[in-house]
Ligand binder design. Sequence first.
Ligand code: BMA
Length: 413
Amino acid sequence: MIILDILTNHVQSLCETLFRRVFFETRLYCYHMHFKETTGSILAGIFILLSSALLAQKELPSDAHSTKETINLYRSLKHISEKGFLFGHQDDLAYGVHWKYEPGRSDIYDVVSDYPAVFGWELGRIEIDRPVNLDSVPFDKMRGFIEQAYNQGAVITISWHLNNPLTGKSAWEPAPGTIASVLPGGEKNALFTSWLDKVAAFLESLRGRNGELIPIIFRPFHELNGSWFWWGGKNATPQEIINLYRFTVTYLRDVKNIHHLLYAYNTDRFATKEEYLERYPGDEYVDLVGFDIYQKGDIISNDKFISETDRSLADIESIAKEKNKIAALTEFGYNKLPDSTWWTNVLYKALEHHHIAYALAWRNAGYKAKENNFEFYVPFKGEKSEADFIKFYNLEKTLFEKDATKEKLYQNE
Ligand code: BMA
């Protein structure tokens, strides 16, 4: 497959070179033959059209029936990295460290008077008909937040910590045979497809002002090389997770006719490109390649975090290039931000030389009574990394909602 992709890319770039050559030769010929200027221009125009059609062909999502807005978003995300990266935050509009459901409020907005350019949301428990997700966000409110952000020109990405279909327990409770049970022929296949029907219904309910479907970066079965979820790591063979990923995409795309999704293939931290690609379902099922990484421990770990993130970004960038996909940092964070200069001194140092579409910070859950602990990954008013985050915001390459609005990501410019 990889060889085929490389060959296709080579053939395409050869064709492009050929078209460019023919274009110049045609103009030269017309000139020598003393053709009228208009004839030369028409012929040259035809060649421009042909070559741009060829170029555009390379810029299509994996779903051949993607909606117009989804194609436009895909193309915009491919090119945004020439300017910088979109900054994202999970559950941004729903709650912050010291508040919940205050219309228009966001911890990011409180600090920089701008919203993130990417909004992450989570569908866990939609499969069991709960009105609120596993982090207490009501799905009705989530739909409103998604529509609000899309109408401002921002990007939406959705994860799904779905329960274990075999046991009915949480996503974090693996059981042998779970994947086999949900695939065709398995005892939980009908249950799993009924869960996908519920996801499809929610996704189809997300509409823009003119009734158009809101494009979503969907990242099912994320962190799939880690062993904490029932679908990942040691809990399944690589081929099983590949089959599960393919089944899910095929079902949503071809059975449910959902055509407004860009699929993100999403590992946790990884050591090599080979490890990264071990569970890759294939180019026909994937639009973005990303990974999640969290800094842990004391700030002494800063250098390690910078070098590991830097190296991993270089790897996914090169994979994205080979496979003609979009690279992204699908989740990141350093819980409770122990370093007040983390944004410019650590995160930015890891990101600045790379070409990725976006980086999504995890949620500002605040106080978690169960664990008697705090969880937050972005500053809030009064938090100690606030001043450094403002500096980070002001850097040219960090793009927030105001930048996203200007970029008109859903329009074909
Ligand atoms: C984890 C934590 C949990 C949360 C889960 C799913 O990283 O934030 O509190 O329930 O993600 O969003």
